[in-house]
Design a protein around this ligand. Structure first.
Ligand code: MEV
Length: 337
């Protein structure tokens, strides 16, 4: 039996624009998905997931998604999560050259599903790592990240950047620009996350930005401006002391850029009333800056603040279902057992 766990992430800067080749800087947070993989004697895949739905569920099938019985999968989000488990199994079988390998898989996660915190990437990364290790064919991190990207790419029908999967694999902050992915040295940034209990439809939101970009030249300029925000933020991080405590000046400047980034995302039509309310509540409580994170439309915001005031203010904000501190996860995917 092999257990691997991989972190979720927030976008410090750059979601959506990354789809158009601009750089993005996601940062891993200490909320993890754990996947257990136990090889079986037959080619069946049995998936047990307690934390992905209120009641938990177990499903067993042979082959891939097409052979999975459409029972016991309680919600569309959980159905989507199952798609990622299938894709992880396909990648692990391919990587280990074991097309008929069967597994008992357990998924446990404390990352809200589909809310912009990289839950699917964490499941895919931990799943491929656990399954390949269980088959005695562990992957190096670059290949793991690449295979996890390909799994997301398949499930999302081509609409995926490498950002989530690379960040979840490597941990810490990373920089992604097209196919170029590199870890970025970063201080211990103090994040607070606000979650509205919902989830945006990534595909629709990405398509909506694409339509605006086609229709208006200034939407294309807005996307480029997001890239400029990212480049400015990167330069600030490059000057900071890595792994140390961030200076008040750095926090103020990064926060201002996060505010700017949120405004540009709102202009691109991907914010929501709940997200704007949480962003303003965080700023009013004294956060250095706040923005939506991920595809938007609903889900999560991320604020930069070490004080409890932001977390408390968010928990009293209408539309906020959960608020929590989220430390930077310096370690990416790891083997637990
Ligand atoms: C979704 O978490 C982030 C987007 O930029 C899409 C992607 O990068 O795949 C909206």
């Amino acid at each position: 039996m092999t257990v691997c766990e991989a972190p979720g992430k927030v976008y410090l800067f750059g979601e959506h624009a990354v789809v158009y080749g601009e750089p993005a800087v996601p940062a891993a947070i200490e909320r993890r998905a754990a996947v257990t993989a136990e090889p079986r004697a037959d080619d069946h895949v049995r998936v047990e997931a307690e934390d992905l739905s209120l009641d938990g569920f177990t499903v067993e099938y042979s082959g891939g998604t097409d052979d999975r019985p459409d029972v016991d999968v309680p919600t569309p989000l959980v159905e989507a999560a199952m798609g990622y488990v299938d894709a992880a199994v396909r990648q692990a079988r391919d990587a280990a050259d074991a097309p008929d390998a069967g597994f008992d898989i357990t998924v446990e996660s404390d990352i809200p599903l589909g809310a912009g915190l990289g839950s699917s990437a964490a499941v895919v990364v931990a799943g491929i790592d656990a399954a390949t290790r269980a088959l005695g064919a562990p992957l190096d991190r670059r290949e793991l990240a690449d295979r996890a990207y390909r799994a997301e790419h398949d499930v999302q029908e081509g609409q995926a950047s490498r950002a989530d999967t690379f960040c979840s694999t490597m941990g810490g902050a990373v920089r992604v620009e097209g196919d170029d992915c590199e870890p970025v040295a970063a201080p211990n940034l103090p994040f607070v996350v606000g979650f509205d209990g919902g989830a945006g439809d990534t595909g629709k939101l990405v398509a909506g930005v694409g339509e605006l970009r086609e229709e208006y030249g200034f939407a294309a300029d807005t996307i480029e401006s997001v890239g400029d925000v990212v480049r400015t933020g990167e330069a600030l991080l490059a000057d900071a002391v890595p792994e140390g405590e961030p200076s008040p000046e750095l926090l103020a400047e990064l926060g201002e850029l996060m505010d700017f980034n949120h405004g540009l995302l709102a202009a691109l039509g991907v914010s929501a009333r709940s997200l704007d309310s949480m962003v303003w509540a965080a700023r009013d409580a004294g956060a250095h800056g706040a923005k939506l994170t991920g595809a938007g439309g609903g889900g999560c915001i991320v604020a930069l603040d070490a004080s409890d005031a932001t977390e408390t203010a968010l928990s009293f904000t209408q539309g906020c279902e959960e608020a929590f501190r989220a430390e930077l996860a310096t370690e990416g995917v790891r083997v637990v057992e």
